[in-house]
Design a protein around this ligand. Structure first.
Ligand code: NAD
Length: 454
């Protein structure tokens, strides 16, 4: 398996063999054996280990940032913020290890003891995408470990080097076989699902559905966070220039490669002035060398990803859409493609429906808030929806009508609070929510214990 740099495809970042099914099973047996000591240790000890893990990752902020920039082309400033957030995630879940782990309920006879207690599932199998190569593994691993599980992490092939480095860093402070990276492709991921006690997946809808199906067949708990097709709704009374900048950042920063990226912009009223503001904001996105701190969008991850954006442009033209952005895709090696903003497509165009996963966004027009929300809901997916307005009263009554797991007012679709539940509705998500206290629902089971009075 070879992972190359998207800005310099001749730069091989790492070359490693994919782990075989036997190797995954061996790693799983070791993780299960290590779990006895890990889950049996006092919670304060696990908390201490996770605080040490946070310090170890923090000490490597520069080297990890540089590796993320090189391996997945994430702009420096965002890559660094990802590490800072990852450290905060580890610290948050270190403290969660000390949270109450059950409830006391009134007993049936009024004298005995009736209580619940959470216990770990065992070995947690984490399958991650390439776009947040440190934060996603850690927002899964930190709660899994805090609650007493051990972990097998199957990273994306495109982020193998970053995952290997993260594994090395964590293994300087964690006991052996508590956190194991199992590099590989689809077969390695399937082998993980086949051997662990709980699965947390983030990635595409196609693979997520297969993972959920395979986990269900084994009767193990699973969650899948998948594709988004997110809308930003821009009302006429919003601060149009400021909102346009935020929306374009959501759509095009990191070349649009976030599950929470805005891919549909729904304008309510005043379309021409708003479209002008959006075009200006699109032109302000700085595309260039991801190692430069001022860069907002580097290349996309692969030649296939680039071809997908170019094909979407062609399709938009063929369908009579207007390409509102100038496309001077940087020359030279690397999978460069500049922001693309399209309007004038029919409402039923599949370009409003299909995840392009690149710097590509479409514009739709709505008559009023209700119409805008109906358009926003007109997709199989439901991860995030943002609304921009100065009149909160005008949107508040409608927030419950939005079919997405995250609803955000006057802020980008792309930010995630590490202490709040995260996940989508409809085809974007299956199983319990991730992050915050919600994360423990996957990584623990609740047992009910009755002690009758003597
Ligand atoms: P992907 O689905 O191609 O791969 C995700 C992971 O699944 C990789 O580690 C891959 O090797 C593994 N895998 C592939 N086939 C498998 C199988 N049969 N069994 C088990 N594992 C298998 O996704 P990607 O290209 O790495 O990431 C981009 C996608 O991820 C986009 O669709 C994006 O929307 C989504 N994403 C979602 C979220 C979210 O939280 N909802 C966050 C980031 C990315």
């Amino acid at each position: 398996m070879i992972s190359t740099s998207p800005q310099s495809p001749n730069d091989t970042v790492i070359e490693v063999p994919s782990l075989t099914v036997d190797q995954v099973q061996l790693a799983s047996r070791r993780a299960r054996a290590a779990g006895r000591g890990w889950s049996g240790a006092p919670a304060s000890e696990r908390a201490g280990h996770l605080h040490s893990a946070a310090a170890a990752v923090e000490a490597q902020v520069d080297s990890l940032t540089a590796l993320i920039v090189r391996e997945v082309g994430k702009p420096f400033t965002e890559a660094r913020a990802e590490i800072t957030r990852s450290v905060a995630i580890l610290r948050y879940h270190a403290q969660q290890a000390l949270d109450p782990c059950g409830d006391v309920l009134p007993s049936a006879d009024g004298k005995g003891l009736l209580f619940t207690r959470r216990r770990p599932r065992g070995v947690a199998g984490l399958i991650s995408p390439w776009n947040f190569p440190v934060a996603i593994p850690l927002w899964k691993a930190a709660p899994a470990l805090a609650h007493g599980n051990t972990v097998l992490l199957k990273p994306s092939p495109e982020a193998t080097a970053t995952a290997a480095r993260l594994g090395d860093i964590l293994n300087t402070v964690l006991p052996p076989h508590v956190f194991t990276v199992v590099p590989g492709e689809a077969a390695t991921g399937a082998a993980v699902v086949d051997t662990v006690d709980a699965v947390s997946f983030t990635g595409s809808e196609r693979v997520g559905r297969a993972v959920i199906r395979d986990a269900s067949a084994r009767g193990i708990p699973a969650q899948a966070e998948m594709t988004g097709q997110n809308a930003s709704i821009l009302l006429a009374d919003a601060d149009i220039e400021q909102a346009s900048r935020v929306i374009m950042g959501s759509a095009m920063a990191f070349a649009g490669q976030k599950c929470t990226a805005t891919s549909r912009i729904i304008i309510v009223g005043n379309p021409s002035t708003v479209v002008e503001a959006l075009v200006v904001a699109a032109a302000e996105i700085i595309v260039g060398d991801p190692a430069d701190p001022s860069t907002m969008a580097g290349p996309v991850i692969s030649t296939q990803a680039r071809a997908q954006v170019l094909a979407a442009r062609d399709q938009a033209r063929a369908e009579g859409g207007r390409l509102l952005t100038r496309h001077e895709d940087p020359e030279g090696a690397g999978w460069w493609v500049t922001p693309t903003l399209v309007d004038g497509l029919a409402q039923d165009s599949d370009l409003h429906q299909r995840e392009i996963f690149g710097p590509f966004a479409t514009i739709l027009n709505a008559d009023d808030v209700e119409h805008a929300i109906a358009l926003a809901n007109n997709t199989r997916f439901g991860l995030v929806t943002s609304l921009f307005t100065r009149d909160l009263g005008a949107v508040l009554p409608y927030l419950d009508n939005i079919d997405s797991g995250l609803v955000r007012v006057n802020t980008a679709t792309t930010y995630v609070d590490l202490h709040a539940p995260f996940g989508g509705e409809r085809a974007s998500s299956m199983g319990p929510r991730e992050q915050g206290k919600a994360a423990r629902d996957l990584y623990t089971s609740v047992r009910t214990i009755t002690v009758a009075a003597p």
